[in-house]
Design a protein. Structure first.
Length: 256
């Protein structure tokens, strides 16, 4: 019995030594790999590729500008422009989208700003507000061209003329600025407004401009459930409406 116990202890010691040695070898082999992985993670080229992957839906000129901004180690400037329907710094679609973009791309790589005006497009042009926009020197402008405020006030043909002038004036100052168009929010059982928005969509297609057709993400505006997505007086989206709008934009701008 005593010999048996001695033999058993011998086997146990041998096993401990073997597995200990094996574990140590595995740790040695794994160490260079982890160091390599850490090095790759910190590689600027790898980081750039990761960030560029999020831009897969963007217009090609905007992607190129973003790439140049990364190379120059400066923030890529994104500017939302339009009516107050977009939101403010603290409420609405804008802050939700802004915060997600900063989280995705990093504050040092992207600057997201907002300029809103409670004006029709005709009033905007008459006041020469496009000069204010040009001074921002944005790389990318997401423009809601006052289409809802124009409803009943400005003919759609005039809206497109104003939009063209706005973009041309800004391009004259900042040739590398890229524009993306988007409509304002849909309205419950509207008659003429949807056709005006459709004209805007076709205008974007003809001019080869990116168009954020977020209306496709909203419920049918001719049904009663849609009312939950607007405030009771339909003056703005409700919290649910802003969430739908912002989710669409976030998916677009982060390549989802």
């Amino acid at each position: 019995m005593k010999n048996f116990i001695t033999i058993l202890l011998g086997f146990s010691c041998a096993a401990v030594l073997y597995f200990g040695h094996s574990h140590w070898n595995q740790r040695i082999e794994a160490a260079p790999k982890k160091a390599s992985e850490q090095k790759n993670t910190n590689n600027p080229k790898d980081l750039q590729e990761e960030l560029l992957a999020y831009t897969s839906h963007w217009p090609a000129p905007a992607i190129e500008q973003f790439k140049q901004a990364l190379d120059q180690k400066r923030p890529f400037k994104v500017l939302f422009v339009g009516s107050p329907a977009i939101g403010s710094a603290t409420e609405g679609t804008f802050p939700i989208v802004r915060d997600q973009l900063i989280q995705t791309f990093g504050q040092k790589n992207m600057q997201v700003s907002l300029k809103t005006y409670p004006l029709t497009s005709a009033q905007f042009i008459a006041a020469d507000k496009q000069e204010e926009i040009a001074k921002e020197q944005a790389d990318l402008i997401i423009l809601e061209p006052f289409i809802l405020l124009n409803n009943g006030e400005v003919l759609v043909e005039k809206t497109l003329e104003d939009l063209t002038m706005l973009m041309n004036d800004i391009k004259a100052k900042n040739p590398k600025t890229t524009f993306i168009l988007q409509p304002s929010y849909p309205v419950y059982k509207a008659k003429i407004y949807p056709s005006q928005v459709d004209v805007l969509r076709k205008f974007a297609e003809e001019r080869h401009l990116a168009y954020l057709n977020h209306w496709t993400a909203w419920p049918d505006p001719n049904t009663n459930p849609f009312k939950e997505y607007l405030l009771p007086d339909m003056s703005a989206p409700s919290k649910k409406g802003y969430q739908v709008w912002s989710n669409y934009l976030i998916k677009y701008f982060t390549g989802q």
